[in-house]
Design a protein around this ligand. Structure first.
Ligand SMILES: [Zn+2]
Length: 474
């Protein structure tokens, strides 16, 4: 190794001298350090095993950093000088282009060969994609993975602190944020590719239908964004109020035969797909359809869409899954019954309960038609006024959803009558995305939502292949 490769700082010169030592020497040194640390643990009355866990990681850190750096260099040297995009051999090759980045075990530098691709008319560095380094990343794949996961799960400042606490990797807040969003954008591109594959994939002409039902549950919640920040005054002068809350559309789906119970009787769904997007209903429709196809919608004997009363949701269902049955979430139906009850009983909780109870029971175990008929009778007996208005509105609601309230048949068939799972999922996502004082940009939250869907759908390894790698099994 020559000194010209060491860069300007004295520190990296020292590092490169050390790196010329055999790994075995470093390993022996790490071994001595570990022995000393063990002795210290035994002697120090104020240290427990945790102290050794921290110290041991520190003792082997330099060994691991150098192993990673040498591995990266060996891989770069072994990468053939062909264009990683089109496969054409590169011309005008020049070596020794250093690149420094953060790895799981510290900063490392790799020297790579650069060449020109005549076909793409671009300069290429084939070692970068071989190492899993995209053009703009200053981080190794393992650090990219950790940044993406932590920032999609918690606010950036917490993510920064947790990352440092658990791994010792120090990243400034802004850098961590940028890296996570970059990974999220990569996830969005991969999602588009996977969705296109799922919907264009040729399926056999004669499908073997399996006797399962595919359950799709849809819901929406809103998110606070800062798209219009700094433009408030201008927008108001133009007579417009800046929009800060935007809808996030979510859907979840599962096969009915994948729903079961824990030993304690709690309902669980063993395999469940999840979609969330803030790019509108159309985006949700296409993403959810691709997901459902991947999970066997094409082979399902039937499909069922469950949701609350929102108009967009039923339009989407009519449009995308015209053959699917539709069901209004039972608990939303009950809320609308309660609205009638409150209009009739006023502030008398006991009276309201007594009025509501038999209707809820009938709705669930008998028939919706019967319930609607009673509401119509009530309405007919009211004179014009606010009460009649409320009751009239709710009667219309029940008329609109009359075909979607087959609760008795659903319970007999062992099907869900509520959209509990999707609402639970929404609540979890909102814990991350709707904290007090948090604002999101449209681009940023779609990227993070996309990471969240890869994680929840067990597809994280498609983004970060090393996470599916289990050395113990190889
Ligand atoms: Zn090329």
């Amino acid at each position: 190794m020559t000194t010209t490769l060491c860069g300007e700082s004295g520190v990296s010169c020292v590092a490169s001298e050390v790196s010329s030592e055999a790994l075995a020497v470093l390993a022996a040194r790490a071994g001595c350090a570990l022995s000393r640390s063990i002795q210290r643990l035994v002697l120090a009355s104020d240290q427990n095993l945790g102290h050794l866990e921290v110290q041991a990681a520190q003792d082997v850190q330099e060994l691991l950093r150098q192993a990673i750096e040498r591995g990266a260099q060996a891989k770069a040297d072994a990468t053939p000088p062909v264009c990683p995009v089109c496969g054409q051999p590169l011309s005008r090759l020049s070596g020794d282009h250093p690149r420094t980045f953060e790895s799981r075990f510290g900063t490392i530098t790799v020297r790579r060969t650069r060449g020109y691709c005549q076909r793409c008319r671009k300069w290429r560095v084939p070692a970068d994609p071989a190492l899993g380094l995209e053009e703009t990343a200053g981080y190794s794949p393992a650090v990219q993975d950790m940044a993406a996961l932590l920032v999609s799960k918690m606010p950036v400042e917490d993510a920064r602190a947790v990352l440092e606490h658990l791994t010792g990797v120090q990243l400034p807040r802004a850098t961590l944020d940028r890296e996570a969003r970059r990974q999220g954008e990569r996830a969005q591109r991969l999602r588009a590719q996977l969705d296109a594959q799922a919907t264009t994939e040729k399926r056999p002409c004669e499908l073997t239908l399996e006797p399962y039902q595919m359950i799709l549950q849809l819901d929406a919640w809103n998110i606070r964004e800062r798209d219009d920040w700094g433009k408030t005054a201008r927008l108001r002068r133009a007579g417009r109020e800046p929009e800060r809350w935007h809808w996030v559309y979510t859907g979840t789906y599962f096969r009915l035969d994948h729903r079961g119970q824990t030993a304690g009787g709690r309902p669980v769904i063993t395999e469940r797909g999840f979609v969330a997007t803030r790019q509108g209903v159309d985006a949700l429709r296409e993403q959810l359809h691709a997901e459902a196809l991947r999970r066997g919608l094409g082979q399902a004997a039937g499909a069922l869409v469950i949701g609350d009363g929102a108009v967009w949701l039923w339009r989407l269902a009519d449009d995308r899954w015209p053959q699917a049955r539709q069901r209004l979430d039972f608990y939303h139906a009950v809320q609308h019954l309660a609205a009638v009850g409150r209009a009739l009983c006023g502030q008398e909780p006991e009276k309201l309960k007594a009025w509501l109870r038999p209707l809820v029971r009938q709705l669930k175990h008998e028939s919706a038609v019967k319930v609607v008929r009673q509401l119509e009778e009530v309405l007919a007996g009211l004179s014009a006024g606010p009460t009649a208005q409320v009751v009239g509105r709710e009667v219309n609601y029940f008329h609109e959803h009359r075909e979607r309230m087959d609760y008795r048949a659903a319970l007999r068939a062992g099907e869900p009558i509520g959209s509990g799972p999707v609402e639970a999922t929404c609540r979890q996502a909102q814990c991350r995305f709707k904290r007090p004082g948090q604002f999101w940009s449209r681009v940023g939250d779609e990227a993070l939502l996309c990471l969240e869907t890869f994680w929840r759908n067990d597809r994280w390894h498609l983004l970060f292949p090393h996470t599916a790698f289990n050395p113990a099994r190889n």
